[in-house]
Write a protein that binds this ligand. Structure first.
Ligand code: PLP
Length: 388
């Protein structure tokens, strides 16, 4: 159960708010930093998961790199203290302006996702008199066994360069004047829970692709295996810190690599999901013809994941305990039928005015929020700061 350490009066505290457990956050980052050092894996935090400045600053100070998917994320990472050489930039649709800004900053790697992008980079870098550090994102056609909407490494997904084009890519690098070939990039999806099985498959696929590039005379210095490490949305307290060690062990064991080759990863969700909850108050409890609705003052505009991917989040009542269990649809106030946090969820009897926590909301939560229905953004509360 979530404990709101620094909030005295749960009856009157203003809702909804994002509650950050900063102690858990720091322990998570310290753990990933220590375990990645132990296995010799370089970690780039995927900033899109949560761009809260306090988190990003701590991650930069811990020595991790940044994985960005827009020009603004690259600029943000630079402003927050990530050295340019520790920034990688992926994405299927980078504009000329975004490419130019990142080139001028001298980032560590463009993770390029199409032949047209490589040709554009070659031209832009030439025009600026610069060299672009480039890794090639290959679509390995590996099933992440996760939700269809968050798989990215299958042939029908828009991400990466298809394997059939590898030889064109190799030829392009050989004739290029302005591209430094750094290595290969893969990212097969998100919320991967079958860690050993899925990441072993990714490594086996990567091994073949790395050998192909090297057999054609391109030296692969960096092998970036992407993000995707899942978290336990069902048991946030018993699995508060993901199994980074198991992930690194699986990758270093199954990826064929020489000591001079660097293994990179780009976790987003795993570093931040468990450290925040969305805390909300029950406005009404309505008994309909066929269902009972718990209506919260937080909505899909605050936390979109349930509406967007049918994502599961654990919901806890922080102020009322009851032995009586009921079946509820937990919904928000937004005028959309998909504004639904949980369908047919068994919860203890819930009443108007109760405070509830939607757990594991630190990743892809606040960053996806909007002001739809002219709603005010939920505020941010840190466990280690006094609140008003
Ligand atoms: C989103 C993304 C990640 C992070 O994914 P998580 O599932 O949050 O770990 C890593 N790499 C790339 C290229 C991404 O787009």
């Amino acid at each position: 159960m979530l404990k709101l350490k620094n909030i005295k009066d749960l009856k009157t505290v203003q809702t909804p708010f994002w509650y950050y457990d900063m102690d858990l956050f720091r322990r998570t980052i310290d753990t990933v930093a220590a375990q990645s050092a132990e296995y010799g894996v370089l970690v780039h935090y995927s900033i899109k998961a949560n761009a809260e400045p306090r988190l990003v600053d701590y991650i930069a100070e811990a020595g991790l790199g940044a994985d960005c998917v827009s020009g603004n994320e690259v600029l943000y990472a630079l402003e927050h203290g990530f050295p340019a050489e520790k920034i990688v930039f992926a994405g299927v649709g980078k504009t000329d302006e975004e490419l130019r800004d990142a080139l001028c900053a001298g980032i560590g790697s463009f993770n390029s996702e199409s032949i047209e992008e490589l040709e554009t980079l070659e031209q832009l870098a030439g025009g600026l008199g610069l060299k672009a550090n480039v890794s090639v994102r290959i679509n390995p056609d590996v099933d992440a066994h996760t939700h269809r909407f968050i798989t990215t490494g299958l042939e029908m997904d828009k991400f990466g360069i298809p394997k059939k084009d590898m030889d064109r890519v190799i030829a392009l690098f050989k004739s290029s004047k302005n591209l430094n070939f750094k290595g290969l990039h893969f990212h097969i999806g998100s919320q991967i829970t079958d860690v050993e099985n899925v990441f072993t498959h990714e490594c086996i696929s990567a091994n073949g692709i790395v050998s192909h590039f090297e057999s054609q005379g391109l030296r692969v210095d960096n092998i970036d295996l992407g993000g995707g490490l899942g978290v336990d949305y069902y048991n946030p307290d018993s699995h508060a810190i993901p199994e980074f060690g198991l992930w690194f062990q699986t990758l270093t064991e199954h990826l064929r690599h020489r000591p001079d080759q660097r293994i990179h990863v780009e976790p987003g969700r795993a570093l931040v999901a468990q450290c925040a909850s969305l805390v909300s108050r029950v406005i009404f409890v309505k008994d309909g013809e066929r269902k009972s609705f718990v209506i919260l003052d937080a909505g899909m505009n605050d936390l979109l994941r349930p509406a967007l991917y049918g994502a599961y989040h654990k919901i806890e009542n922080l102020t009322y305990e009851s032995d009586e269990l009921r079946l509820y649809d937990v919904v928000g106030p937004v005028c959309e039928t998909t504004d639904l946090f949980a369908e047919d969820r068994t919860l203890p009897l819930t009443r108007r005015g109760d405070l509830v926590a939607i757990r594991s909301a630190g990743a892809y939560g606040a960053v996806m929020s909007s002001t739809y229905n002219m709603r005010k953004p939920a505020r941010t509360v840190f466990s280690d700061e006094p609140i008003q």
